[in-house]
Design a protein around this ligand. Structure first.
Ligand code: SAH
Length: 226
């Protein structure tokens, strides 16, 4: 069942951390299809050569340009909170290595992912293509503005911390859809929040867990094109 050495242990570590945090996250287990996606994506392909021996450890790893690939437990948690369905079109802000996008690609029809660092966007796009994730499109842009051309989305995941929820992302949610985002100031811990847009357009926010993400940076207007 496990094509990659270490992957089985990674899944056990995720399950253990779910057990430690079950009161905060309000669940005893993640959806089986989320865990199946975690089992299916070869994490070692998304980390630099120097970090391969730690590819399945339950921690973040550097991916260059001062950025990190998130801890597997956090990737699984954010994916579970998004509650993705097979027919969904979802948006990710912060492509990084492309790992979270690949996990989502196992679960939904289409993933759109936006990355502000050109070199990471290019590398992730090529990596995802090489690994056969042909339902992921990557754009180099400032994700604060979302990706309006493909909106509205069934779900949005932001994998960098913002001081406040960017209003364009809430606008790009379908009614009934949700946004999973770490909210807080850089250099401190942030609240992982789930922001739901109800059918009548009302917005409800829940705090889930304290997390530590790299900051959502902002491009000067006009400096980054898609
Ligand atoms: N999801 C990634 C890890 C994210 S690290 C993975 O699975 O590997 C956060 C990423 O967000 C970094 O690559 C960073 O460059 C990117 N980022 C930061 N600010 C951004 C912005 N305004 N728009 C798009 N991407 C941004």
């Amino acid at each position: 069942m496990f094509a990659y050495p270490g992957q089985e242990e990674m899944l056990r570590d995720i399950e253990r951390e779910v057990a430690y945090t079950r009161h905060e996250i309000g669940r005893d287990a993640f959806a089986p299809r989320v865990m199946a996606a975690m089992a299916a994506v070869p994490r070692e392909e998304f980390v630099p050569e120097s970090g391969r021996h730690r590819a399945f450890a339950n921690g973040p790893l550097p991916i260059g340009h001062g950025q990190t690939i998130s801890q597997p437990y956090i990737v699984a948690l954010m994916t579970d909170l998004l509650a993705p369905r097979r027919q969904d079109s979802v948006l990710e802000i912060g492509t990084g290595s492309g790992y979270q996008a690949a996990v989502l690609a196992q679960l939904v029809r289409q993933v759109h992912s936006v990355e502000i660092i050109a070199a990471l966007a290019t590398a992730a796009g090529q990596r995802l293509g090489r690994l056969g994730y042909d339902n992921v499109s990557v754009r180099h842009a400032d994700g604060y503005h979302g990706w309006p051309e493909h909106a509205p989305y069934d779900g949005i995941i932001v994998t960098a911390a913002a001081p406040r929820v960017p209003p364009p992302l809430v606008e790009q949610l379908k009614p009934g859809a949700r946004l999973v985002i770490p909210v807080g100031l850089p250099g401190s811990v942030q609240e992982l929040q789930v922001v739901e847009k109800h059918a009548d357009g009302a917005i409800a926010t829940r705090n889930i867990l304290l997390v530590a993400f790299v900051p959502l940076t902002r491009a000067p207007a006009g400096s980054v094109q898609g």
